[in-house]
Design a protein around this ligand. Sequence first.
Ligand SMILES: [Zn+2]
Length: 108
Amino acid sequence: MPNGWWLTHGPSWPRLRGRRLQRMRAALFLQCPLCVLCLLKGITVPATIRDHIIPLAEGGVDDNSNCQAICQQCSDAKTRAESTRGQQRAAAKKPAIPTRPTTRVIPR
Ligand SMILES: [Zn+2]
């Protein structure tokens, strides 16, 4: 497959799985054994999660350029924020639900 094939032919970026994912996880934690988000706060916490900097649901790609090593706590916080954004996106797509009038119009 030529370089950039997925950019022009793929309907969406394929999510890594299996042994290839395990190899990439191992390489990432070898390179970044500590949570990068905690390091920014001056805290040293071992990284256990291979996180997508830009979530796949928001158009991020599943490769090393979009991955960072973070801890479980940072992953949970990030997931909550992503979930909120996802709900907001879903709500923005839905048509507004017409509300029933609260006052009753009595015909004369
Ligand atoms: Zn962290």
